[in-house]
Design a protein around this ligand. Structure first.
Ligand code: ATP
Ligand code: MG
Length: 301
């Protein structure tokens, strides 16, 4: 398949999950078990599509790196066991590690809490020419912190600034921050891997029953299930308030890992294809230099 056709196909696969206008977004309209036109019988075809996508990504990333103008920030948010790690690992598997950086954000350290909440994320923004991945991000500030407002109390933000308007201010600031990045050539794409509560339970049980997966399980993750509704509400509102044309959210069905990966790869291809990527042009002098060096090399004994 030619790159042009892969780009076209990727747009078709990812577009239904792309939220550019938050105002219209409702989480209940999205089915976590959706696999578009792929059925479980043609799972092998989906896997093949992923492989094709990955080789296209590799090609696009090579240009992104060589051109050294644009940067790409990919943000992954999800409930536990939704498959963030696996999606990142698979989609990035064919990519040149030099052009890619991953940062994971856990509960903030005391040093982090001595700063504004964007501080720790800003330190990990991708350089031009690179793809930066945030495994969780500043969005936790309107997700886990919203569900557990007591966290807000421990953040050392002056009390006067954490009234009712704190969430609206955070949404506004995040929109502004992402606009700022976009205006500087760092494009932002956000992924919510949308797993169902039932599938999460299944995956937790697997982690408990399979000794090789025991390390992944934490009882606190399971305890968070009590707040499922609150989390879904926080996700919905966050997406409604921060999905824009320039930095959309992809709400990716996550009950079938193989499908999640296809959609994420397709969305990334679509994002890269939206940039005017090309290899740097070589001027006349450089061409002359190349020809002269070639001659010298060939003349070597
Ligand atoms: P993950 O859960 O992402 O797969 P992990 O299990 O290795 O990774 P954890 O130690 O569970 O890592 O850290 C992630 C936890 O940190 C999540 O529960 C998340 O809600 C929490 N967290 C992240 N950012 C913040 C924040 N700004 N404030 C409070 N908690 C946060
Ligand atoms: Mg965890």
């Amino acid at each position: 398949m030619k790159l042009k056709d892969i780009i076209k196909a990727s747009r078709k696969i990812s577009e239904p999950y792309c939220i550019t206008d938050g105002g219209k977004f409702r989480l209940k309209d999205i089915d976590p078990d959706d696999t578009a036109h792929f059925t479980s019988e043609n799972k092998p075809q989906a896997k093949e599509a992923l492989q094709t996508g990955i080789s296209a990504l590799c090609e696009l990333q090579d240009m992104l790196y060589a051109q050294d103008r644009w940067g790409v920030l990919l943000i992954f948010q999800a409930m536990d066991a939704a498959g963030k790690d696996g999606a990142i690992k698979h989609v990035m598997s064919g990519i040149n590690p030099q052009g890619c950086q991953v940062a994971s954000f856990k509960a903030p350290s005391s040093e982090d809490l001595d700063h504004d909440y964007l501080w720790r994320c800003q330190k990990h923004l991708p350089e031009r020419g690179r793809i930066g991945i945030f495994n969780r991000s500043y969005y936790e500030e309107t997700l886990v912190v919203r569900v557990h407002p007591e966290i807000l109390g421990k953040q050392k933000v002056p009390a006067k600034l954490i009234g009712k308007e704190v969430w609206d201010n955070r949404f506004k600031d995040i929109r502004g921050f992402e606009r700022y990045l976009t205006n500087n050539g760092i494009i932002v794409r956000k992924f919510f891997l949308n797993v169902s509560r039932g599938e999460q339970k299944k995956r937790f049980l697997e982690r408990i029953d399979n000794p090789d997966k025991n390390w992944k399980f934490s009882a606190t993750d399971a305890a968070e299930r009590k707040y499922w509704k609150d989390y879904m509400h926080a996700y919905e509102e966050t997406i409604r308030e921060t999905a824009t044309k320039e930095s959309p959210w992809y709400v990716v069905p996550a009950d079938n890992k193989w499908f999640t990966r296809v959609v994420v790869a397709a969305a990334l291809i679509d994002a890269l294809a939206s940039l005017d990527l090309h290899y740097p042009e070589v001027g006349k002098d450089k061409l002359k230099e190349l020809a002269a060096t070639k001659k010298e090399l060939l003349a070597e004994k």
